[in-house]
Structures are given as C-alpha cells and as structure tokens.
Ligand binder design. Structure first.
Ligand code: MG
Length: 136
C-alpha cells in the first residue's frame, strides 16, 4: 500500500505546462524511493550496483569521446550520470547522514574554490588538516 501511494505521488506534478511532457518527483519522495530500494535489495547488493553503474558511466563517457560526441552518446552519458547520482544518493544514505554529507561537501567545495583561485595547490590541500584548508 505504501509503495503504491509513493508511486502515485510520483505522478502528481506534471510540468507539461512548461512544454515538457515529463513528471517531477519531489526531492523527499526521491529519498523515500532510495530508502525503499535499499530495503528491498539490501545494502550489499546496492553497493554492487554502484560499482556497476560507475562502470556504465565510464563506458558511456569513453564512447561519447570515441564517437565524436554524437547526440546518441551524449544522451547515454546523461542517463548513466543520473543512474550514478541515484546510486550515490543510496550510498550516502547507507554510509552517512545528511548533516555529515553537507559538512564534507562544503569543505570540498571550499577547497576546490581555493585551488581554482590559486590560493592553495592540490598537494597543500591534501596535506592540510580540514580546518587549515577551509572552515567547515
Ligand atoms: Mg546505468
């Protein structure tokens, strides 16, 4: 019953008025679907799926480059990146909390920004304590 309800909620938001025939899934529903996938197939199997999806994304990116960036392979890359994103959401649910994820993400983005601006090179960042590199 709960699963059926969630599926129906997926169909609620229709953005066809914006010229697109796709439906939108609310972020909280996406998280619920990821939790249900982990519950259904288990953590070990989902971790294996992450590796499989990473491999599919690698293959699509290589084909995209090899076949002169055709539209077919561009679309395939997008699809595989989305698969990977969904699996990463599940991985983070299994290994972390949203609070920890947000904290590490802020640190990593701050560090990247400093490297882009030339304020810190990659090796310095690798050797620095987190607080020395960026406030988190
Ligand atoms: Mg895939």
């Amino acid at each position: 019953m709960r699963n059926s309800q969630a599926y129906l909620e997926c169909q609620v938001v229709d953005i066809s008025t914006h010229g697109d025939n796709m439906t939108t899934i609310k972020p909280e529903l996406g998280a619920d679907i990821c939790r249900r996938a982990i519950a259904k197939w288990g953590e070990e199997r989902q971790r294996d799926m992450i590796i499989e999806e990473a491999s599919e994304l690698q293959k699509a990116l290589l084909k995209y480059r090899r076949y002169d960036r055709t539209e077919e392979w561009r679309i395939k890359c997008v699809e595989e990146a989305v698969d990977m994103s969904i699996m990463l959401d599940q991985l983070l649910m299994m290994l972390s909390s949203q609070q920890e994820f947000d904290k590490v993400r802020r640190y990593k983005l701050c560090r990247l920004s400093k490297m882009i601006d030339g304020d810190m090179d990659h090796q310095t960042c690798e050797n620095a304590e987190r607080d020395d590199c960026c406030l988190v």
